[in-house]
Ligand binder design. Structure first.
Ligand code: HH2
Length: 293
């Protein structure tokens, strides 16, 4: 696998922008859905969504990830027209946003329209299973392409969460999805991989994926991960989605320590601040000071 470097820096190419990955980045979640598991309905009104996007950029988000179809366990898909009618008004107001926009969709038709309005990243939670047309589209636009592991569909994914070795299985599936994207003309430096926390995984499976995230990072692509407010935190902490912030931050920091490049979270400021402290501590280690000095 070709390393995704530009000179000395690790970079991720997203529609003409080289995103440097020398420190973990935060992708702020914006769900313009009525039914997302933790924030459904909060940002359905265009002005609320646009305001929240700008707020997350001010809080330090390096990417805004917009989703118009919930993928919570048991959810049903929505049509292209429904998804687009939720996205379009918001995207039209965000064309001048200073950070890249990512579209959380499994449909090439939706992604194509969003790329035409300036989106730079396609976040495909089905890793090309739902619509293989996503790969040539990403190739044509040079868009960032996030390939996330999910077993089955949101409707069925929690029916079977047993794996012989969850990390090996997830890495193997993501490697084949990446190979399909490369065959369709994507370049290696466009593709990021995501283990899909909560998408067909048990509590233990999610924890093991974070603990062994280095194995996914070793595949050589940037690593996305989305621990935010997920139900494995709820089960560990006996907490509702709105009470899972501290668990999210803990999971995010451990993931960053194990090679995550992009942390997809709803609560941007706390994650950004926690990463800043983690980075400062890391920089104070004698070995990094010698290297720096
Ligand atoms: N998680 C969700 C949605 N999209 N994309 C990536 N790459 N990684 C994730 O872990 C991920 C994702 C689910 O969270 P949320 O968007 O808050 O909920 P919903 O799907 O109900 O809208």
């Amino acid at each position: 696998m070709a390393p995704f470097t530009d000179g000395a820096a690790r970079v991720w190419q997203v529609a003409g922008r080289a995103m440097e990955l020398d420190r973990p980045l935060v992708a702020g979640v914006l769900n313009v859905t009525p039914d997302s598991f933790s924030d459904g309905g909060r940002f359905v009104a265009r002005d609320d969504a646009v305001r929240r996007a700008h707020e997350m950029v001010e809080e330090g988000a390096a990417i805004i990830d917009i989703g118009a179809e919930s993928s919570r366990p048991g959810s049903d898909p929505v049509s292209v027209d429904e998804e687009w009618s939720r996205l379009e008004p918001v995207l039209r107001e965000l064309t001048d946003l200073s950070v890249p926009l990512s579209i959380d969709t499994t449909k090439a038709d939706v992604a194509a329209r969003a790329l035409d309005l300036g989106a730079a990243i396609i976040n495909d939670i089905s890793a090309l299973e739902a619509d293989p047309g996503i790969a040539p589209l990403a190739a044509e636009h040079g868009a960032g392409l996030v390939l996330m592991h999910m077993r089955g569909t949101p409707r069925t994914m929690q029916e079977n969460t047993a794996y012989d070795d969850v990390v090996r299985d997830v890495c193997g599936s993501l490697e084949s999805a990446r190979a399909r994207a490369l065959d369709a003309g994507c370049s290696a430096d466009q593709i990021a991989l995501d283990p899909g926390l909560g998408f067909g995984k048990s509590v233990e499976g999610n924890l093991e994926l974070i603990a062994r995230l280095d194995e996914l990072a070793d595949l050589g692509s940037p690593v996305w991960i989305g621990p935010s407010r997920k139900s494995f935190l709820g089960e560990l902490l006996d907490a509702e989605p709105s009470e899972r912030l501290h668990g999210t931050i803990a999971a995010g920091l451990v993931a960053a320590d194990h090679g995550a490049d992009v942390l997809r979270v709803h609560d941007v400021r706390p994650m950004v601040e926690a990463l800043r402290v983690q980075g400062a501590i890391e920089a104070a280690r004698p070995s990094s000071m010698e290297v720096a000095g």
